[in-house]
Design a protein around this ligand. Structure first.
Ligand code: ISL
Ligand code: CA
Length: 543
């Protein structure tokens, strides 16, 4: 699949705008803040940005509940700011991807406000409505954020369907008129000059019949359900008129199915899989299960080896900080984690703050947390008799809030994110972990990321080279080869605190390797050797 699309050797950077940079002291990040930091992103070396939703929203789910698809959320700025961002980013050769949230809208969207008024209004079928009573839902499906997928509405004695919060009613994709309105909106943004979309929850837009019987997987009724092909083809039609990058958040699309989704004739260019988050350990103190993670990654590498394309990520706005749940919160572990995923085959994404090795924060009380689904889970735990402290620990361990604390720019108050009061508590680690310090320290995580990105972009082998997993069954290491006819690149990482005794196969050790990059001083390639905690090495050899 060497087709030389611009995104094949590009590196992306995800911005959670609310927490990136505030320029008017209201404690909320804004578009001007992104503009201000473009030189920083350029220095890091990224080629494109994916920005989480900037649209008008009541913010029950921070922009993922949209009340006007064509308006920019006031706190973030105006459409003029957005145009300015596009222009200034493009001048620096940085492309901009927007989030496209079309599985649902806000319940404050004019479509839904009209839809819920009566059974026979033209917007009724923009959403899913089914007869119900206050006591009886149409079925017992559960939503991702807890509780029924159904919300009873007394105005018409029916319930509407939602797979996320009740303030996020699902759109009815079976309705052609609704789809056409969505398509027009998509063209509006593409014609404005954006460079692509991250498609939110896209594998959920089609649902099974309401009487579908759930067997093993409780999400099956809205995970990549038959019939979605038509909608995806229609989307593809629109996208293919533009030279853009489309990446779908598509849980339920297996690595094998991802081939058809992302090959040259596929619906979209790449997929964020949601399968690699294997966890192990005591509830509340869980860590990433490295073997499970590695196996999942290797499977996706293998299944998309000749057809389709991978999107690579370890952090995003829905996950905790990997330097805490995968690493040991050191600079070294942050670098090892980066080395392990960023040199796989695919297009890597870096989540804001990841390039500093940011860590999970500490929430002292549930009141300090923000995420509603977490608060809901906490309440359920406490009601079921779990001690408050333990409940908080269990909820906060994998909370989405950790990744949403303000970006750490400096050791000034509020981490240099705002001069006001930040909307979510700043992680106290900012005194130590921040951009200003790291830019001036040649051994910082930031400077390591810079090198890694530059390496990734300069080596064709890292873009197109085949992937081969080594030491497949080892529980703590992630060791692999990338190879073309001209070159082999060997990536060795120990993703644990243990000292690991490594035995490499002869086909590796009987060759001469040159070190390209490491997060430590010692460097050896021999048959038997030891890797220290979170060691990472990248070697090359020419054929
Ligand atoms: O499918 C899932 C789990 O297997 C869900 O995780 C789902 O795909 C995911 O939660 C969707 O997340 C996205 O849409 C949400 C929003 O809250 C998240 O922030 C966003 O990333 C609703 O729009
Ligand atoms: Ca602001």
């Amino acid at each position: 699949n060497k087709n030389n699309h611009w995104w094949q050797n590009a590196v992306g950077y995800q911005i959670y705008p609310k927490s990136f940079k505030d320029t008017n002291d209201d404690g909320i990040g804004d578009i001007q803040g992104i503009i201000q930091q473009l030189p920083y992103l350029k220095e890091l070396g990224v080629d494109f940005l994916w920005i989480n939703p900037l649209y008008q929203s009541p913010n029950v789910d921070h922009g993922y509940d949209i009340s006007d698809f064509r308006a920019v959320q006031e706190e973030f700025g105006t459409i003029e700011d957005l145009k300015e961002l596009l222009e200034k980013a493009h001048r620096l050769d940085i492309k901009i991807l927007m989030d496209l949230v079309v599985n649902h809208t806000s319940d404050q969207h004019p479509w839904f406000i009209k839809s819920r008024k009566s059974k026979d209004n033209p917007y009724r079928n923009y959403y899913h409505w089914v007869d119900a009573t206050p006591e009886k839902c149409p079925n017992d499906w559960q939503s991702f954020f807890g509780g029924s997928t159904w919300e009873y509405d007394e105005a018409t004695n029916q319930a509407y369907f939602h797979i996320f919060y009740k303030e996020q009613p699902d759109l009815n994709w079976k309705n052609e008129k609704m789809r056409q309105e969505i398509y027009e909106m998509i063209r509006f943004w593409l014609d404005l000059g954006i460079d692509g979309f991250r498609l939110d929850a896209i594998s959920h837009i089609q649902k099974e019949d309401w009487n579908f019987q759930i067997t093993d997987n409780q999400w099956a009724p809205f995970m990549n359900v038959n019939g979605i092909e038509q909608y995806m083809s229609e989307l593809k039609e629109i996208f293919s008129a533009y030279d853009i990058l489309t990446v779908g958040e598509a849980s339920g699309v297996t690595s094998k199915k991802a081939r058809q989704w992302t090959n040259e004739n596929g619906y979209i260019n790449m997929i964020f899989e949601l399968e690699h988050n294997h966890r192990k350990g005591v509830a509340g103190y869980e860590k990433m299960d490295i073997l499970g993670y590695k196996k999942t990654m290797a499977r996706w590498q293998k299944d998309l080896a000749h057809e389709g394309w991978n999107a690579l990520y370890i952090e995003n706005h829905d996950n905790p900080r990997m330097n805490t749940v995968m690493g040991n919160e050191t600079e070294k572990s942050a670098k090892a984690i980066a080395t392990a995923y960023l040199l796989l085959k695919g297009t890597p994404f870096i989540y804001q703050g990841q390039e500093l090795g940011m860590t999970n924060t500490v929430f002292e009380t549930i009141g300090e947390m923000d995420d509603l689904s977490d608060k809901h889970r906490y309440q359920l735990l406490v009601e079921s008799g779990v001690d408050e402290k333990l409940a908080l620990q269990q909820v906060s361990n994998w909370s989405r809030d950790h990744s949403r604390t303000p970006m750490q720019w400096s050791d000034a108050e509020n981490a240099g994110f705002t001069n006001g009061k930040s909307w979510l508590k700043t992680n106290p680690s900012y005194k130590k972990i921040n951009v200003e310090h790291q830019k001036n320290d040649e051994h910082s995580v930031f400077n390591y990321y810079k090198k890694l990105i530059a390496l990734r972009k300069s080596e064709e082998t890292l873009t197109f080279g085949a992937f081969e997993l080594l030491l497949a069954h080892d529980e703590d290491t992630f060791i692999y080869l990338r190879k073309t006819e001209e070159k082999e690149i060997l990536v060795l990482t120990n993703l644990s605190e243990k000292v690991k005794k490594i035995t490499l196969p002869n086909k590796i050790t009987n060759k001469n390797w040159q070190l390209l990059l490491s997060n430590t001083n010692e460097q050896l390639i021999q048959k038997h050797f030891e890797m220290n905690a979170f060691d990472a090495f990248v070697f090359e050899r020419s054929m």
